[in-house]
Design a protein around this ligand. Sequence first.
Ligand code: FAD
Length: 330
Amino acid sequence: MKIAIIGAGFSGLAMAWHFLQSAPNPQITLFDAKGIGGGASGLAAGLLHPFSGAHAKLNWMGREGMASTLKLLKAAAAFAGEELYQQNGILRPAVDEDQVKDYRQCAEKYPETCWLDVQEVQKRVKGIAPFPALWIQDGVAVDCPRYLQALWAICAAAGGEFFPVAIQRLDELKEYDCVVVAAGAALINYPEFQHIALKPLKGQILLLEWPKQVPPLPFPVNSYMYLVMDRSRTLCWAGSTFERNALSEAPDMETAKALILPDVFKLIPDLAHVPVRQCLAGMRAVTSDHKPLYGRFGDKLWGITGLGSKGLLYHAYCAEQLVKEILDTL
Ligand SMILES: Cc1cc2nc3c(=O)[nH]c(=O)nc-3n(C[C@H](O)[C@H](O)[C@H](O)COP(=O)(O)OP(=O)(O)OC[C@H]3O[C@@H](n4cnc5c(N)ncnc54)[C@H](O)[C@@H]3O)c2cc1C
């Protein structure tokens, strides 16, 4: 079975992995001009939990998504023989009355979460300003670039091929039994998908030097913005922006600083004036109902997109569903 996948982000690689698990003798060919994880997936901060969004409500298919993603994370880590993620929990500080109300409700309703008072929060995170918080017990921080490389390594070991090229037109792939477009926000560049209501939403993220006098964060902190330590634990990713109608996909350090840093300083005052090392930018794909979109779009054509800000939560689950659907059809 000859399978072409356009896009080597979370969606495309999860599709490849699931085909390998369940298709009869799959020959997988992956295309992406930006390389493995060269799009939004490779710069994602790595937060994974099912209570994201302003109101910390249990996300659509949140528990199912967590279970599916953890399965892939474990497989990738076992294959790579290294730690690709840490499941140390995620803290959501409540910095205003709206958040206190929403986050408290979440803590009362869902057993995976609990409410922490200011004293407990400051015991767990040195240097944090005095806010109570929602604690998400099973929250995960993923090293996204290395996770994506490990997923691809599994596929390559099973004979998968990768071509670092852009596919301009889908009829270039006529020889394949099945074509899956997993091109994120760029999916609607193909005429076959132009009827989909998909909006690009630019996101930027900043790499900050962590102050020497403050112990590194033991887990990600996520309020109106988030902070996630990088592997070195001397640097920290701060994100992200949500820029509708952005004119360019390119990083714009000044805009990112203006949108992100005020909320960072409110949470960790010692971060004021730390050097900013880098700014990265990517495009999320958002559907009108903010849910992922996947299914059949033509004779041998399928698509998966619309993962929005929750690519980690949804890629494995949606890919698993879509691979089942494709194999039932073919
Ligand atoms: C700053 C930022 C931070 C984020 N942080 C998080 C986070 O912490 N947790 C989380 O769950 N989500 C996060 N996200 C969201 C997450 O990155 C996306 O949901 C996810 O990347 C979507 O994955 P995808 O594979 O569908 O799309 P993408 O990652 O965009 O992959 C699509 C790929 O298709 C390729 N492509 C496009 N056109 C073509 C073509 N014509 N030919 C060949 N290839 C093509 C692109 O190069 C790209 O690599 C973040 C997003 C941003 C921007």
